[in-house]
Write a protein that binds this ligand. Structure first.
Ligand code: HEM
Length: 278
């Protein structure tokens, strides 16, 4: 009879008394103990895990976006591009994740929807922080977080910083491409509004990519990211329609009607408008 394979013979570590293990390093006790379904419904665990994993990816996206913005502000284009490419891939990953959630039918969802009360992704502060960081800013979105001073402070602090798009425009200005002063001097807590002068600025870059290669690459990295972000919104609204039709959301909005309105948001508007003119 052959002796069963023992990975210890290959050098695998088998004893962890008093030493850091995989479970310790990753804090898995906390993560795997954080699913608390409120009903007996089989699909509630899927719903919880899908949201929690999305939040974990958003955590990484925020880490990358903040660092990409700092790098852009210092004209360190290479590292900024690498991080922006990673954030686009994170959203691609989140886009694929909808396929798992779509296996939940309306009948499955109604078995536990009541248990959610008024909670909704609308109150995802990380999602709001991503939007604020990118430049889609609306101080009204702070209100659902008034009961959590720590979160409210994080979001308010972001509204006082130049957004990723503001930072990209500042890089254009440093390269000698004119950005209208009213764009640079706007109240940072408000969203950037499309401006013909900014289209003209990007046009300088797109008319002569060879001369402005880094700025050109920056623009395309931003468009690439927004492309994936838009797909996330579209996948979300389609999944929502598939699961709840036109019912109101647990967060109180019109549901699909609200989410369709959000499809119109343009994060980097001039980079899209410019394309008609090229
Ligand atoms: C069956 C699954 C889902 C349904 C039925 C659903 C439904 C909705 C609805 C109706 C809204 C609008 C706000 C409201 O009135 O509640 C909303 C917003 C939102 N949901 Fe979902 N959702 C689902 C899955 C997810 C998942 C997996 C995530 C990932 C984190 C997510 C994140 C969000 C976010 C971030 C918003 C705010 C969007 C914005 O303000 O632009 N949702 N959801």
């Amino acid at each position: 009879m052959t002796t069963p394979y023992d990975p210890a013979d290959d050098g695998a570590q088998m004893r962890f008394d008093g030493r850091m293990s995989y479970t310790d390093y990753l804090g898995l006790d906390a993560i795997l103990d954080a699913q608390h379904p409120l009903s007996e419904a089989h699909d509630e665990l899927l719903f919880i895990v899908q949201h929690q994993t999305s939040e974990l990816w958003m955590r990484l996206a925020l880490h990358e976006l903040a660092a990409a913005r700092t790098a852009l502000a210092e004209d360190r284009f290479g590292p900024a591009f690498k991080m922006l490419a990673r954030v686009a891939r994170i959203f691609e990953q989140l886009n694929s994740a909808w396929d798992v959630l779509r296996t939940m039918t309306p009948s499955d969802y109604t078995t536990f929807r009541e248990a959610l009360g008024q909670s909704s992704g609308f109150q995802s502060w990380q999602y709001r922080l991503i939007e604020f960081t990118l430049g889609n800013r609306n101080a009204a979105m702070l209100r659902p977080h008034e009961h959590r001073r720590d979160i409210h402070e994080k979001l308010s602090a972001e509204l006082a910083r130049p957004s990723l798009y503001d930072t990209a425009l500042a890089a254009l200005a440093r390269a000698g491409i004119e950005i209208p002063p009213e764009v640079t001097a706007r109240d940072l807590a408000r969203p950037h509004e499309a401006h013909p002068g900014v289209i003209a600025a990007w046009r300088v870059v797109y008319d002569d990519p060879e001369t402005h290669w880094q700025l050109y690459e920056m623009a395309e990295k931003l468009v690439d990211f927004e492309d994936y972000f838009r797909r996330w919104r579209f996948n979300h609204v389609t999944t929502v329609e598939r699961v709840i039709g036109f019912k109101r959301g647990t967060g109180g909005t019109g549901g699909v009607s609200y989410l369709r309105r959000m499809l119109e948001v343009e994060l980097f508007p001039e980079l899209w408008h410019l394309r008609t003119e090229l």
